[in-house]
Design a protein around this ligand. Structure first.
Ligand SMILES: [Zn+2]
Length: 536
């Protein structure tokens, strides 16, 4: 009898446990979905050191952070050990780490090597031993507590103090900074971090401003090799023609993802709320461009910031099922198209951010860092000059009859080799020192250059600027309209019998009419809308 009674109690306990877990699953359906889909798309959030101390130091704050994450489908958290002059409290870090792990989250850490608020120019001096030692202390602190640490993109230097000027000698700032930061990475970040924790994975996060990396010390060629992984900034902003930097336009996120993949293993991407400078459609486009770039993890920066941006996180939650579908469509498929060359650490002269604006001309690009002489079509911007063998390689590509587009900034630096430029396959794009002015080209002007480049693919695309085209594998393309109004576009394909809309984002409140006329796909796409189309 006694045994049976015990069995009964056990049965009840099991039943109650099942009931509780089912209730909790139903109360957090998005979290359950995202846990199941974590290999396809993972949503994470970054707690700044200040967030850790402010929100995670007491039980209520911690409970509320856990509920918030579960509500919005966030399954991984980054607890920043150091940031903006603050070492997050050790006990709070350890306690919240344990709590998040027990709740079923993945937990990692990070460090933002900004040594004080608003001390941008004074504190980033890696020539000074004091700052080198502080960098080491930060790395050791984070690595002593966590097995995965991302170095946020404040890990750059633009110091021009007397000591830096003296130490630089007659080298360029790029050469001085990249050599110095590589040395810092090896001696003050990686070696000490691995000494305190042999299992630690140290990741370098590159900002979204790819044309200026080397001028502030980021060396994507060498640093990507010494770190255990790389992370990519995919922040976008409302593009204000007068005020915005070129890296803030939508396509930059995609370009950054695909281009950086040439240098190392990408763990994921990172974007923020953008506060007033990013409206909801652009906020969501950050996620779409990241996934088109084959990103499978997104870190939201940051918890404190997102608490004040509820409409944005709500909008992202609503789009998550669609983003998972997009990720499933894109992942593992080779991208096809026109190669766009930008070697690592290349100077952009007067064509800074040209690659991001070129992508807004509806040319399907494959961003590369080396000249591929087998390319079907290629765009060479002025950055190409970084390759010491560029002129010879250019000639090889031109001699094969490959359609080539060079920017005028490159053409004018090749005046010693005019025969190459006079080749019938070579067209020159007039950037005129203002890459953003490419956005003002008419659709007829754009079409001339686009048709030239797409000829080997048997394709023609007709669309205004800010309508992007992506080719995935042999039978899918994506068109994304980042304009504030609807557009009518056509894509002529070499061979097609049927087309089907695989996905429209956003899934509600948008529209994309897709029809086939002969070999031409006609599309009417609403503002800020992405459509993925399957082709047979
Ligand atoms: Zn200095």
């Amino acid at each position: 009898m006694k045994i049976n009674h015990q069995k009964e109690i056990k049965l009840w306990i099991i039943l109650v446990a099942i009931l509780l877990s089912v209730t909790s699953a139903f109360s957090q359906p998005l979290w359950e979905t995202m846990k199941n889909e974590k290999d396809v798309l993972k949503l994470s959030v970054w707690f700044r050191a200040q967030d850790v101390d402010q929100y995670l130091a007491n039980k209520d704050g911690l409970n509320s952070a856990i509920s918030w994450c579960k509500k919005y489908g966030i399954t991984k958290v980054y607890l920043e050990a150091y940031g903006r002059g603050l070492y997050a409290n050790r006990e709070t870090l350890l306690n919240s780490k344990e709590r998040f792990l027990n709740e079923g989250f993945e937990v990692a850490s990070g460090a933002t090597t900004e040594y004080g608020p608003d001390e941008f120019d004074i504190f980033h001096c890696y020539t000074h031993k004091r700052h080198q030692e502080e960098l080491q202390r930060i790395s050791e602190y984070a690595a002593s507590l966590f097995d995965e640490v991302i170095l946020d993109d404040w890990y750059f230097t633009n110091c021009e103090c007397a000591d830096c000027i003296h130490a630089r000698g007659d080298q360029s700032w790029s050469k001085y900074y990249t050599d110095l930061m590589l040395k810092m990475s090896e001696e003050r970040v990686l070696k000490p971090a691995r000494a305190v924790n042999p299992n630690v994975k140290m990741i370098i996060k590159y900002p979204q401003w790819n044309d200026e990396y080397h001028t502030r010390g980021y060396d994507v060629v060498r640093e990507s090799k010494v770190f255990d992984g790389i992370w990519v900034g995919t922040e976008g902003r409302q593009f204000d023609y007068e005020k915005s930097e070129g890296y803030e336009i939508g396509y930059n996120a995609y370009f950054n993802m695909r281009w950086l993949a040439n240098f190392g293993s990408i763990g994921g991407a990172w974007f923020d709320t953008g506060r007033a400078r990013t409206k909801i459609p652009t906020y969501l486009e950050q996620a779409r461009h990241t996934i088109l770039g084959e990103g499978d993890e997104v870190i939201l920066w940051c918890y404190g910031g997102h608490l004040e941006a509820t409409p944005k996180i709500e909008a992202l939650s609503e789009e998550l099922p669609g983003l998972i579908k997009l990720a499933n469509l894109v992942q593992g498929k080779p991208i096809k198209g026109v190669q766009l060359l930008k070697p690592g650490n290349s100077d952009s002269f007067e064509e800074t951010w040209v690659c991001s604006f070129l992508g807004e001309l509806g040319i399907p690009f494959v961003p590369v860092s080396d000249v591929d002489e087998e390319a079907m079509a290629v765009v060479f911007p002025v950055q190409s000059l970084k390759d010491p063998g560029f002129i010879r390689k250019f000639q090889h590509v031109a001699d094969r009859g490959t359609p080539i587009l060079v920017t005028d900034g490159l053409a004018k630096r090749m005046t010693a080799n005019p025969a190459y430029l006079n080749n019938v396959n070579v067209k020159t794009l007039p950037v005129k020192g203002s890459p953003k002015a490419l956005l003002n080209m008419t659709r007829e002007e754009i079409k001339t250059y686009r048709d030239h480049l797409l000829a080997p693919f048997g394709m023609k695309f007709d669309a205004p600027a800010r309508v992007e085209l992506y080719l995935f594998g042999e039978n899918m393309f994506v068109v994304e309209n980042i304009n504030d109004e609807a557009v009518d576009v056509t894509l002529e394909l070499p061979k097609v019998s049927t087309v089907n809309k695989a996905l429209i984002l956003p899934e509600s409140g948008s529209s994309a009419e897709v029809s086939l006329s002969g070999k031409t796909v006609k599309m009417t796409i609403s503002a800020h809308t992405l459509v993925a189309v399957g082709v047979k």
